[in-house]
Design a protein around this ligand. Structure first.
Ligand SMILES: [Zn+2]
Ligand SMILES: [Zn+2]
Ligand SMILES: [Zn+2]
Length: 332
């Protein structure tokens, strides 16, 4: 596998030599009792315990490899490099059939704690410019292992969309000395046209220009740039777990299939990142989760990726999501 850069859009593309499918037969490698199939454990809660609740393991079919250097090189005018990076799986529960949205609050909080711990750890590696978490739920969203899990990746480049966000946030801050996303949150909370839910710490809303129907962002209503430095107390992890769960439950009334991705700050310890690329980052960028539901009936509408076509206005989507009754354990 190698990474190639599109010189026009500046996106990196992972090129597979030959697609190896994950084994369909046999026991689930993420289930309790099958730990020997995936070695070694990188993180577990409780630590080094056969009755683990949450564990992190290397991906069985990683997109990125941790050893060595990126070996950036040219091919004429083009750029390419090795698929250097990390690719891990967060096994969210022992129960093969229990989706994240149905797990106990404490368990979801432990999943968030695993994210925090792994992101902080991977950011110590100066070869990595960006570390993130995502979860694909449902076959149509690209879920490759049936057991409930999230994925963590660390890459020697900043993904293109994050690059856009970082630059827009920086430009906005230069102009106004305010955080773009804080301003969005304030406006959404005032207008209440696109908010799905909010409490004293967190907010969920459908963005003004959503790429897909029911696209929803979940984020702190207060300002913070780095997810892994913000969500460190058990109290906050539990609070956010409850909030996130209730949003996922609402979305799952519409479709059980979605992509969820964390957008957070790039790795400021990375080599060459100390040259002032992101001087105002702490002030100008704001971590958030983006949830992109996949609706089978609407899938045709977003095959055209250059200009997004979305048949459902976010105001209507948010209104519908707000009206749904969610059964949360002791809702705040
Ligand atoms: Zn399993
Ligand atoms: Zn902010
Ligand atoms: Zn984002």
């Amino acid at each position: 596998m190698e990474l190639r850069k599109d010189p026009i859009t500046m996106s990196w593309v992972i090129l597979e030599d030959e697609e190896e499918a994950l084994p369909e037969e046999g026991p689930c490698p993420l289930c309790p009792g099958q730990e020997a199939l995936v070695h070694p454990t990188i993180y577990s809660f409780p630590y080094d315990h056969p009755e683990w609740q949450v564990r992190v393991v290397p991906h069985l079919h990683p997109l990125y490899r941790i050893e060595g250097d990126a070996m950036r090189r040219a091919e004429g005018l083009y750029d390419k490099m090795r698929n250097l990076g990390a690719h891990e799986i967060v096994v969210e529960t022992r129960d093969h059939y229990l989706p994240l949205s149905q797990q106990m609050d404490e368990n979801v909080a432990q999943v968030l704690r695993a994210y925090v711990s792994r992101i902080a750890d991977l950011k110590k590696d100066r070869r990595f410019r960006y570390v993130t978490v995502f979860r694909n739920q449902g076959k149509a969203a690209g879920q490759d292992l049936a057991h409930p899990h999230s994925e963590i990746t660390a890459t020697p480049f900043i993904p293109r969309r994050i690059g856009y966000e970082l630059r827009s946030s920086q430009r906005y801050f230069r102009l106004k000395e305010r955080c773009l996303i804080c301003d969005m949150v304030k406006q959404e909370l005032t207008q209440e046209l696109r908010t799905v839910d909010h409490d004293d710490l967190f907010v969920a809303f459908c963005p003004f220009a959503p790429r897909v129907p029911y696209e929803t962002w979940v984020l702190p209503a207060y300002h913070h740039c780095h997810f892994e430095e913000d969500l460190t107390s058990w109290e906050n992890q539990l609070h956010f777990a409850r909030f996130l769960k209730s949003i996922l439950q609402r979305l799952e009334f519409v479709t059980p299939t979605y992509h969820l991705v964390l957008h957070t700050s790039p790795n400021m310890n990375a080599r060459y990142e100390n040259m002032g690329n992101w001087q105002t980052l702490d002030e100008d960028y704001h971590w958030h989760f983006e949830i992109l539901p996949v609706l089978a009936s609407k899938s045709k509408s977003y095959s055209l990726k250059e200009v997004y076509y979305n048949p459902l206005p976010p105001e209507a989507a948010a209104k519908e999501l707000r009206s749904l009754q969610v059964a949360t354990e002791a809702k705040r």
